[in-house]
Design a protein around this ligand. Structure first.
Ligand SMILES: C[S@@+](CC[C@H](N)C(=O)[O-])C[C@H]1O[C@@H](n2cnc3c(N)ncnc32)[C@H](O)[C@@H]1O
Length: 195
């Protein structure tokens, strides 16, 4: 996909992507996150937007030119780190209170799909958020559509399913880890004392 082009999906140019990224950011239940992990960051467009809401962002991709482009796009943001990393074989150290799997899971099935989710759960702090977003039309190199990804996520041990947004073109899901005492993290309204 990256041969001869820096941004094969025109992530930096399309209104479709801008709108989808805005919805992704708007869906996150917390105003601020401590440390986000975004594997498959491509050229770092979503990475920049995540950086507004996070004290630290680790963005990674398996393709070196994408890593270089994402690093250049976020060069002025010292709290963003961009690394070459192939998931699930390579996984970062430490924990995160936000994991973003945006347009990534449909490349996997079977053991690799399960491994990514197992590692995600293992990296998520109590109360942490997992947001996923996936294109919902058939593509030859995709093994799943967004509609097919969503029910698989609901079965992942250690995750509690939150809201889903079914757009004609993509499916966005939210999940969280329970808090340390096993309870649910408060909803945004509850967290601000509205209920
Ligand atoms: C469609 S782009 C999504 C970019 C970005 N997450 C977004 O939502 O705009 C998918 C990216 O995942 C990367 N990717 C695919 N398989 C990967 C893997 N096993 N490990 C890391 N990155 C991978 C590709 O190189 C590509 O940059």
């Amino acid at each position: 996909m990256y041969t001869g082009t820096a941004d094969p999906w025109d992530l930096a140019g399309r209104w479709y992507e801008q709108r989808k990224y805005a919805l992704t950011l708007a869906a996150l239940p917390r105003r601020r996150y401590r440390r986000a992990f975004e594997p498959g960051c491509s050229v770092g467009v979503l990475t920049r937007l995540l950086a507004d809401r996070c004290d630290a962002v680790l963005a990674t991709d398996r393709v070196p030119t994408a890593v270089a482009e994402a690093a250049a796009r976020t060069r002025d943001l010292p709290h963003v780190e961009v690394r070459a990393l192939t998931v699930p074989e390579e996984w970062p150290e430490g924990t995160f209170d936000l994991v973003v799997l945006s347009e990534l899971l449909y490349y996997f099935d079977g053991a690799a799909f399960t491994e990514i989710l197992t590692r995600t759960v293992g990296s998520l702090e109590p109360g942490g958020t997992l947001v996923t977003v996936h294109w919902n039309h058939p593509v030859s190199e995709h093994r799943l559509t967004g509609t097919q990804v969503a029910p698989l996520l609901r079965e992942v041990p250690g995750l509690v399913a939150g809201p889903e947004f079914h757009d004609p073109d993509f499916v966005l899901t939210l999940h969280h880890r329970p808090l340390a005492d096993g309870s649910e993290p408060p909803s945004p309204a509850r967290a601000e004392g509205l209920v």
